[in-house]
Design a protein around this ligand. Sequence first.
Ligand code: HPA
Ligand code: ZN
Length: 342
Amino acid sequence: MTDPGRTDQERFIFGLPKAELHLHIEGTLEPEMMFALAARNGVPLPYPDVEAVRAAYVFGDLQSFLDVYYAGCAVLVTEQDFYELTTAYLARAADQGVTHAEIFFDPQTHTDRGIPFRTVVNGICRALEDGERRLGVTWRLILCFLRDLGAEAAMATLERALPFRHLIAAVGLDSAELGHPPRAFEEVFRRARAEGLSCVAHAGEEGPPEYIWEALDLLHVHRIDHGVRCWEDQQLVDRLRDDHVPLTVCPFSNVKLGVFPDLAHHNLANLLRLGLRVTVNSDDPAYFGGYVGDNLVAAAEALALERDEIVQMARNSFVASFLDEADRHRRLAQLDRFARDG
Ligand code: HPA
Ligand code: ZN
């Protein structure tokens, strides 16, 4: 079916089957839903209307974004809220070609305000199960520790998650990067691995290449979230390439948070052309201006990506995922058919 609102390139990119591997579910809270949930839960908002919320989304760095992002989370109270948040994300993602989503959630943001862990995880997972049935989008859930709250709080969060272990595929590390190096979480990640959980970590977004080395060598991560500052360390670039370490790159996020001045100066294409396992993701799409297809369309245009480079990044997304081997091969075959036949 042709969609008169989309160009040929957009139709190709949106239709291309892809996995999203770097997505904070709390970062999909669109201003309209923020207002609806605030009214339903009686939570005051510091904005008069939706337009004022959007106008406030101008960030100079990661911390200035996080302040707004954590404030927005206050409207998420009931299991139904988490269900509706996740359901809305899945509809948008599926419309942009996502057939598999590995989703971060930040339990400490909610448990620290008195929301029970089970309320958060049950709401998200019920939506993911319904989404898989209705839209065919498969999923994994990744529990992120807030690095600025420290390793002790992270360990307590891991303990609290263990009754829900069957629903969680991996642990990650997010929030304010500078001054909170991965090495502080070595013991927490060791414990997570002992429970059979896989590991990922945000590193090299604002933090130095050293944080990427630590995530690899001390936390034993399966992929690096962001990782774009690897560029400053040739030995690290070689290591990432030789070990096929996936990078979950988020172009809109990097520009909105001032990591690159604009998309034309993003190092995504350089990293890809050096043979690194780059994937494109949306991070916090409600705050950064678009979902994964939007990120790919804009990056492809700004960086003059070839069609086979776009397909390569979609392939990488399945290769880098936590899908089992049989499923991964089925998805790659599906992707190759789409790339061949359009
Ligand atoms: N970086 C770090 N932590 C986060 C982000 C991000 O972009 N979004 C939500 N938590
Ligand atoms: Zn992120």
